[in-house]
Design a protein around this ligand. Structure first.
Ligand code: ADP
Ligand code: ADP
Length: 232
């Protein structure tokens, strides 16, 4: 469902040019569970921004379900983004002065879903991440792991096919990290979402089925963790 061909991204600040992605080729099938690893500055966030339709490549192609996203204008890009993509961030990015429930409802307000349906769906989503009893809590009354679960519920509000998570466990202790990865796994296995996460930690990456490693704007390794090695 995602096909990337010879994708290049060059940032230009006046005289200075930085090539963040240098001709990436990548195919991701619908329903894959993938992690992206690599040192700081290797191009991971740049790729996530392009995958998430937050930014455009300088050169090359990005096809999302056969649509050439690289050619879309800003309005078309944001329409694709709002319909198809859910984002989860390292620092949760919840609205501080509003309840868990309202945070989850917010994308549906922009999606023009009616108030009753919005509330019902937000409660269902909070229930699915194990937070139904906390729906009235403010973000500062929740632990890091709980905040991230609210953020995941919010990412799911408009029923995206693709979940993109940049360092989703970067601010969490190891037990909460495992719980969050189990939720991503469930979303992938049961709801058939395509889930792509960036992480620095191999232990976290190993929850997924495929680890793609970046170095200096290139993919240097693409590992399939699901292949069964035959015993001899
Ligand atoms: P990572 O997520 O792996 O840390 P990034 O994609 O953020 O890597 O960055 C890749 C390279 O592009 C780095 O050299 C970074 O400094 C540069 N870069 C990223 N964003 C910008 C930008 N907006 N302007 C200029 N250079 C950028
Ligand atoms: P991450 O922690 O995900 O790798 P960074 O800290 O590299 O993210 O980047 C944070 C933001 O700053 C991103 O939006 C990125 O595009 C931008 N950025 C990164 N490097 C540069 C740079 N050299 N010049 C301008 N903006 C940059």
């Amino acid at each position: 469902m995602i096909v990337i061909e010879n994708l290049t991204k060059v940032y230009r600040n006046g005289e200075i040019e930085v090539a963040a992605l240098k001709g990436i080729n990548l195919t991701i099938q619908q329903g894959e569970f993938i992690s992206i690893m690599g040192a700081s500055g290797s191009g991971k966030s740049t790729l996530m921004n392009i995958l998430g339709c937050l930014d455009r490549p300088t050169d090359g192609y990005y096809y999302l379900e056969g649509i050439d996203v690289s050619e879309k204008n800003d309005n078309e890009l944001s329409a694709v983004r709002n319909k198809k993509i859910g984002f989860v961030f390292q620092s949760f990015n919840l609205i501080a002065r509003t309840s868990a429930l309202k945070n989850v409802e917010l994308p549906m307000v922009y999606g023009k879903v009616g108030a009753d349906e919005r509330k019902e769906r937000a409660l269902e989503l909070l229930n699915s991440v194990g937070l139904k009893e906390r729906s009235g809590h403010m973000p500062n009354e929740l632990s890091g792991g709980q905040k991230q679960r609210v953020a995941i519920a919010r990412a799911l509000a408009n029923k995206p096919q693709i979940i993109l998570a940049d360092e989703p466990t970067g601010n969490l202790d190891s037990q909460s990290s495992v719980e969050i990865m189990e939720i991503f796994k469930k979303l992938n296995r049961e709801d058939k979402n395509t889930v792509i996460i960036v992480t620095h930690e191999r232990d976290i990456a190993e929850f997924t089925d495929r680890i793609i490693t970046f170095k200096d704007g290139h993919i240097i390794k693409d590992e399939n963790l699901t292949e069964v090695t035959p015993c001899s």
